[in-house]
Every structure is written in C-alpha cells, then in structure tokens.
Ligand binder design. Structure first.
Ligand code: NAD
Length: 491
C-alpha cells in the first residue's frame, strides 16, 4: 500500500518538501511503514524562517488578549480529537493508549497555562524613583523562535513550547522528531482550524541539516531542544556561538531510593510504573533503584514480582501495560547493554530479551529487565539505557545513596520512598537533581512549574513550562521617563 509523504506547514500552507531523501516512519509494534518523512532542505528552512519573520511583524502587534483566543480554540479542538490523537501517538511511538491519553492531557495543561499569559507577562512600574521620574520594565517578544523535539512525547513536548511562544507574541517553528512526526502534523491541522494568521506557527520535517540551518539562521532568536545529552550539548553550544538564547534538555539516568521503612507493596507498584511505563522511554523513567539496608531483600522481591506481571503487547490492544521500544536499532542497543551489565557482574533477576508478542512477531518488544548488584561504576549503571531496564544497587545508609546520585553526570530526577519525614527533608535538600519526588515514581512538574533538569540533563537557565517559559520567550525593556511638573499645562 502506498504511504503518505508528510508535508511541511509553511506560511499557513501544507507543502510537500522537494527533499531527495526520506525516512520511513514505522509502527514499532508491527514494523510496518506508516509514512515517509522528508529530510527537508536548507533552502526550505530559509523559506519557513522568512515566512515566520514576515508574520512576526504583524503578530507582535496583536493584543495579547486576542492572541490567546487561538489557544482557547486549540484547547477545545485538542479535547474533541483526543482519542484520534492518542491513537496516532500509539501508532507512531508504541506506548499504550492510556499512556498516549495521559501525554495529551499533560500537553493540553500547557495550552491552558499559556492562556494566562496576559497576566504572566505583565511588567512592573515604580513611580517617582526621583523627582518627576518613573521607571518601568516591560516584556516584549523575541521574534522568530524554534523548537526541536524528541520521539518519546510527540505531542506533549512540542506543547511545552508552542503555546507560550506564540502567546508571548513570537512566531514559532517546530522541527518534530524524525521518528514520530505524525502527531504534530495532526495538531498543526487543528491549529490551522483555529484561524491563526499565516506564518505564526510553522512545521518543518527533517533531521540534523534542518536543525543546524535553524540554529544558524540570523532571524532565529531563540532555540529550544529536547533530546539526548550529546545533541542537547552540541545544539546549546552552536546556539551560544551564534549569540542566541537557548534551553536544551538532555538525557537522564533517574534513581529511586528505597528506605527499609517504606510501604514495599506501594513502592513496588509505583517503581514498576516508573521504570516500565512507556517501555522505559520516559526522560523521568526510574532506571536505578538504590535500596538502603534491609530494603534490598524486601523491595527487590516485590519489584521483580510486579515487573513479571506486566503485560507486554501492542499499545492499541486492551489490557496491554507496556508497548515496544521505538526502533529495531534501539532494541538491539538495549539488549547489548543488558548483556554488558550481566558480564560486568549484574545478576539478571528478570531478563526481557526473549519476550515475543503473539501476532506481532516483527515488533520491537523487550520485556521488563532487572539487574541486581550491578557495580555502580559499570557502563549499564552509568549510561542512559532508555528501555525497560533497571539496575538495583544496595547501600547501607541514605548518605551513601545521596552521594551515589550526586556523583552521576545527569540531574533530571531523583525519588525517595520512606515514611520518615526527616529523611525526606534531608533528601529534598541534598540531592542534586532538578526534579525530586517523595513517595512518587515520576516527578513530572505540572504545567505551571518549570521542568527543572540539572547537570547534563539541561543546558541553559530558563526551563520549559510556566513562568520560566514566559521569561524565556520575552525580553525585558526598562524605560525611565522624566516628566517635570513645570511642563504641566493648565487645560
Ligand atoms: P535525539 O537526541 O536523537 O533527537 C532529538 C531531536 O534532535 C530530534 O528532533 C532529532 O531529529 C534532532 N537531532 C538528532 N541528532 C541531531 C544532531 N546531531 N544535530 C542536531 N539535531 C539532531 O533524541 P531522541 O532519541 O529523539 O529522544 C530521546 C532522548 O531525549 C533521551 O535521551 C531522553 O532522555 C531525552 N529526553 C529528555 C527530556 C528532558 O526533559 N530532559 C524529555 C524527553 C526526552
């Protein structure tokens, strides 16, 4: 059956790219090709930026109260199409339908939060800072901004950026993932239905060439990227070399620490959801479980039982709790890291490499995998695996658990499970990660808090979401005015 070429959305129109090279977009549960994605050309990147720049000259003057009306409409359209969009996410990304719905809800929350931008982007004024002199700070948009997003949340992550950028008065260009571009194609179709002026939001499909052309383009004022650490760091450096504002979120290796006083049944369930939800392909997935003292026995037993019972399959099928990983290459990479972990001394308490799903033999499935007593310095304990694999490491005291976490290169999230408030307080204060969970497995900030990665999980100052997004997408202008009393005319 012929498959569709995914068009770009430039200046409010859908256009096929003139690219010579295409990538096959595959359903990871069936390995079927469901679309062809163009590696758009540098010239096309120039066209998208030029259209966004033209649109910016008008859009920045549209009152903020009017700009957000398009977002109110978008929210209603997203709600109405939620099931169709969730199905599209599952088809291209592999996660279960419930996970896809959850991702969309998180994305919609960001649209809702950006509807509050008339209040969030207000300035400040101080009257009479000297005789007859007032000083004010106003927030103005930056111009044309762009975002480059990863495969694992095809709807939510672009919505960390798009609504804030345009509500603040910028025009916006998205380069979605080159593995999951179909969901945003649909969401841009909804945006078009809101009647938003041409060129305010654009979509260009492609890979590294498009990213570099965007980051280098003199008319692009700010760059947001979410992806692996190597890419985040390289794009951040390139944007900085071009004198641009950038926020680049990278990879992660998220630990959960289990104290012996925790409620083990609850912890095992929450930890399994964190580690194996979205097949371990969440940037907040727990991939290291650090047990303290006696928790080694009690947690590991309950965790292995919980992991074993997880139903792996096609995300569109009823009752499935875990879908495939994104590509065949990803599955081989994860499998070789499991092999390596076992060679380095990890005990395979559960090995997901042999999992087969009846009816979907070509799918990229892996089952939950647990490696116990992996040396903390080994590759599998240090590297971001981005699959359903957890290393269990045991230490005698909470201080050692915190020290182990703080030695790591990433700083996306750390969680603690305990019923002891003082231990929780110590952990919250001392652990060096940007997001912290207490008795939670996925500490994903709601839309009005920043998504606060640290260390090699984030390059920049202002994070995605909430007030940080408003600050990122605006520049402050300070105006000082003198109006001497003597100039007052008597009318
Ligand atoms: P990736 O780094 O392969 O790709 C991310 C984006 O960058 C894509 O749009 C891709 O086309 C583009 N890209 C890839 N290589 C590039 C290059 N050399 N130069 C310029 N652009 C390039 O990431 P992925 O595999 O799509 O996503 C998974 C990664 O994203 C994981 O490491 C995960 O931890 C991370 N992630 C982080 C967060 C976070 O909030 N910190 C959230 C989600 C995902």
């Amino acid at each position: 059956m012929p498959v569709d070429q995914i068009p770009n959305f430039i200046n409010g129109e859908w256009k096929n790219s003139a690219a010579a090279e295409f990538l096959d977009i595959r359903n990871p549960a069936t390995a079927e090709t469901i679309a062809r994605m163009p590696l758009s050309l540098t010239a096309e990147t120039g066209q998208v930026v030029a259209a966004a720049d033209r649109a910016y000259q008008e859009w920045r003057l549209v009152p903020v109260t009017e700009r957000i009306q398009y977002l109110f409409r978008l929210k209603h359209l997203l709600e109405a199409d939620l099931e169709d969009l969730a199905r599209t996410i599952t088809l291209e990304c592999g996660k279960t339908l419930d996970e896809s719905r959850g991702e969309l809800r998180r994305g919609i929350e960001n649209v809702e939060t950006a509807c509050g931008i008339p209040a969030l982007m207000q300035g400040q004024i101080s009257q009479d800072i000297a005789r007859g002199i007032d000083e004010m700070m106003i927030r103005q948009p930056l111009g044309v901004v762009c975002a480059i997003t990863p495969f694992n949340f095809p709807a939510m992550i672009p919505l960390w950026f798009l609504p804030y950028a345009i509500a603040c008065g910028n025009t916006f260009i998205l380069k979605p993932s080159d593995r999951t571009p179909l969901t945003m194609r649909k969401i841009f179709g909804l945006l078009e239905k809101t009647g938003i002026p041409k060129g305010v939001a654009s979509l260009i499909n492609g890979g590294r060439q498009v990213v570099e052309a965007l980051v280098d383009h003199p008319k692009i004022s700010a760059v947001s990227l979410v992806g692996s650490t190597a890419v985040a760091k390289a794009v951040y450096a390139r944007a900085a070399a071009n004198g641009k504002r950038a926020q680049c979120q990278g990879g992660a290796k998220n630990p959960i620490v289990v104290l012996p006083d925790a409620d083990m049944e609850m912890v095992a369930k929450i930890a399994a959801d964190s580690s194996f939800g979205c097949a371990g392909q969440r940037c907040l997935a727990a991939s290291l479980a650090v047990t303290v003292g006696e928790a080694k026995k009690t947690f590991t037993r309950a965790f292995v039982d919980m992991a074993k019972s997880r139903k792996v399959g096609y995300g569109l099928d009823q009752g499935v709790e875990m879908g495939p990983v994104i590509t065949a290459e990803s599955r081989s990479r994860v499998a070789s890291l499991i092999e390596r972990g076992a060679k380095d001394g990890g005990k395979l308490m559960l090995d997901g490499r042999g999992v087969k799903v009846k009816g979907y033999e070509k799918g990229y499935f892996l089952g939950p995998t647990i490696l116990q007593d992996l040396p903390p310095e080994s590759e599998a304990a240090q590297t971001e695996i981005f699959g359903p694999v957890v290393a269990v490491i045991s230490v005698p005291k909470i201080e050692e658990a915190i020290a182990l976490i703080n030695r790591g290169r990433y700083g996306n999230m750390a969680c603690l499970f305990t019923t002891n408030g003082s231990a929780a307080r110590k952990f919250r204060s001392e652990v060096e990660t940007g997001n912290v969970g207490i008795n939670l497995g996925v500490a994903a900030p709601i839309a009005f808090f920043p998504f606060s990665g640290w260390k090699e999980s984030f390059f920049g100052d202002l994070h995605a979401q909430g007030r940080h997004a408003v600050e990122f997408y605006t520049q402050t202008k300070v105006v000082i005015e003198r109006w001497p009393k003597e100039w007052t005319r008597k009318f």
